[in-house]
Design a protein around this ligand. Sequence first.
Ligand SMILES: Cc1ncc(COP(=O)(O)O)c(C=O)c1O
Length: 410
Amino acid sequence: MQSTKTIFDSETIRKDFPILRRKVHGKQLIYFDNAATSQKPKQVIDAMDFYYRNYNANIHRSIHQLGEEATAKYEEAHEKVAGFIHADSYENIVFTKNTTESLNLLAYSLTDGLKKGDEIVISQMEHHSNFVPWQQLAKQRNLKLKFIEIDGEGNLDEESIKNNITKNTKIVSLTHVSNVLGTINDVEEIAKISHENGALFVVDGAQSVPHLPVDVKKIDADFYCFSGHKMLGPTGIGVLYGKKELLERMQPFLYGGEMIREVTFDDTKFNDLPWKFEAGTMNIGEGIGLGAAIDYLKNVGMKQIQNKDIKLVQYAMDKIKGIKGTTTYGPKERGAVVSFNIAGVHAHDVSQILDSDGIAIRAGHHCCMPLMSILKVPATARASFYLYNTEEEIDKFIGALGKVKKIFAI
Ligand SMILES: Cc1ncc(COP(=O)(O)O)c(C=O)c1O
């Protein structure tokens, strides 16, 4: 791919994604399920293919050429991630399986010093991945789990932020961008409030890192979690960023090979960061694939991607709102998702009819059942966009929504 720093040419970009050429039910695929997982450019597929064909070996242990090459590439991927989110060093970057595992790691390892009655604050818009681990920890340790409320627009309520984060709060864990409402939370401000109250601030960045420039130091996040597969990378690789002094103090989540420095019959000394948290044989090919995804995103430019997302999502919102009987959820200023319902039609039916036209969206509770109860709906349909989508595709999608209405005679 040529450098697209100045020109964001959808056609050039689309050529990098082999899957976009396929047909579904005889129709050209339109892929609007990017919040669930993104498609992969050939650069990522090739990087993984090259690894398996040419230097597949285990890392950090094999004293041979292949092992050294694999180790170098895998470590380089940590450096690329660090640079991408403006972390100090690869030592801040722990590879996990996904955002879910990164958040679980924290819920297991951040428990030192927590005592009965201490409070953890999340919000009503959290994905189950940033909800259930804290809920279970609270139950096991007799802690109090509190929820920042959302207002009528789908933003975090400012009063509720101030009322919930207090001197009793030990951990605040919030999503940067909501996977349902698209809300972009002011994580920099909430980090400040958390720290003023002596709490740690964790960010679920599953929907932000793929779509906008993220600077973990500017945010002053203590921990920041995201998934490779939503940012053009492969499945099976995720990231936990953490401040060094905090990671150093934390107990490892998994014990075993490679996370150790020395083991005796009596005790174990743990490895240096970040390897202390990467036990056993890791997803090496996937880590290398994530490195290639970061190269691709950087080459296009995160600001460019963000601008394109905004254009697409606003275009889609305007068109959906123009269809009688539709409700959209969330604020006007948003990330690249639009959740909606058509009165009298279940979201699953919307998705199924769109699928017959080759259009892939998501329908359901989006792993946000508590939020659905606040919105008072069992499910929504959700279209989510990424750098390879176009306004022409949105026009076809809007046409297909007309077909849904016709089928249901509404
Ligand atoms: C906001 C948010 N957090 C967490 C997750 C979980 O990501 P993963 O399934 O990759 O662990 C998702 C996935 O959709 C998400 O949208």
